[in-house]
Design a protein. Structure first.
Length: 123
């Protein structure tokens, strides 16, 4: 008896064979959704730091964020408050200001342990 060849559909990464993967089961016999669930990366949190050029405290916070981001779990970006009149008016005397998922988390200084604690808490 000749077994049918294994075929991989585009993008799914699971072979289709006569062993149950056609019936919605993973190769391990788990329902496909559970198998895919275990492969997913945890949701990434969004971190924004409002800063300005020449600000020593801003540089310290950005160095911390760069170091911590290597662990994963969040992506961060910097916004220069001096590029927009409204941002300058809003944050002029508060930089650096760090937001996690749109909520103000730190101003002037950022404690790394407290940052990680807040990052781990539900948004």
């Amino acid at each position: 008896m000749v077994k049918p060849p294994k075929v991989e559909p585009a993008g799914c990464g699971f072979p289709i064979s006569d062993t149950g993967t056609q019936r919605g089961l993973s190769p391990a016999g788990k329902p496909r959704s559970l198998a895919l669930e275990s492969l997913r990366m945890p949701e990434s949190r969004s971190v924004v730091v409002y800063s300005r050029k020449g600000c020593h405290l801003c540089e310290v916070v950005k160095e911390s964020l760069s170091k911590l981001s290597r662990r994963g779990g969040f992506i961060w970006r910097e916004i220069d408050v001096d590029t927009d009149a409204e941002l300058r008016r809003q944050f002029n005397d508060e930089v650096p200001v760090v937001f996690i998922d749109g909520r103000k988390a730190f101003k002037y200084r950022m404690d790394e342990k407290e940052f990680l604690r807040r990052l781990d808490s539900p948004s």
